[in-house]
Design a protein around this ligand. Structure first.
Ligand code: SAM
Length: 235
């Protein structure tokens, strides 16, 4: 089944591994302001990446966000660890960042990963793929790993609290995808393939999750269509 960006799924379930060849193009067509927000996160990251700092990105994919962050901190001797469950993603990230010794990547399920003390953790459209039964435990472990003053930058697709607004946001999002050149069939197929795979929370649901695990400063740093970015700081 065709989900756009020349990606064909053999079944109705979305798999990042199936999408690897055209992943970089597909994510740009699927997420409004995707590269612009990577650059914004890179700028924001500088506040948390002092010399010898450790950063993690859960769901590093092909390393495009890591590349942006590391490009904005060329003078700093930090360590950036990219995690992904898909071995093909890790291979691509290692290839794309081979020139930067500060980057390393591991095939790992973020849910079971033993984080070491860090000053920054980023999840750029990944947490929504973690089963709800495990999501809070993971966010708690991220909070526990952060040093005081450290940050969790979380970007997620969200759902509206109100059904009418959700309907509008869905339609606006489909307009965006159409403008990106995706066919109506590809847009529908993608939605079908993500059933039970992507499980977004509401804007307030994510905020509550961050507050419940202990973050006391939670700021919305991005909102467009149904997408949102939070900066959560551990005081
Ligand atoms: C939307 S992509 C992330 C995009 C990436 N941050 C970027 O800027 O290009 C989500 C990624 O999360 C990975 N992923 C999904 N579940 C995961 C888990 N439990 N642990 C680690 N990675 C996971 C997927 O394989 C996929 O590469």
């Amino acid at each position: 089944m065709d989900v756009g960006s020349e990606i064909q799924l053999q079944h109705e379930t979305w798999s990042f591994a199936d999408a690897i060849d055209n992943f970089d193009a597909h994510i740009l067509q699927s997420i409004p302001n995707c590269q612009e927000q990577r650059e914004y996160i890179a700028t924001l990251s500088r506040f948390f990446l002092h010399a010898d700092a450790r950063a993690y990105e859960i769901g590093v994919s092909t390393g495009q966000l890591a590349k942006a962050v590391l490009a904005r901190t060329p003078e700093r001797s930090l360590s950036y660890f990219g995690l992904d469950v898909e071995p093909v993603m890790i291979e691509a990230a290692e290839r794309n960042l081979a020139a930067d010794a500060r980057f390393s990547a591991s095939i790992a399920n973020a849910v079971d990963y033993s984080f070491e003390a860090a000053t920054l953790v980023i999840s750029y459209y990944t947490l929504q793929f973690i089963p709800l039964s495990e999501r809070k435990r993971l966010v708690q472990r991220i909070y526990d790993a952060l040093r005081p003053g450290g940050a969790f930058i979380l970007y997620e697709k969200t759902i509206a609290e109100n059904a009418r607004l959700q309907d509008m946001l869905t339609q606006l999002y489909y307009d965006f995808k159409t403008e990106q050149g995706l066919s109506a069939e590809a847009i529908l197929n993608k939605a079908v393939s993500l059933r039970g795979i992507s499980m977004p929370l509401s804007l307030e649901g994510n905020r509550q999750l961050l507050l419940e695990v202990g973050f006391n400063s939670v700021e919305l740093v991005y909102r467009n269509y149904c997408f949102a970015g939070y900066l959560a700081i551990k005081d």
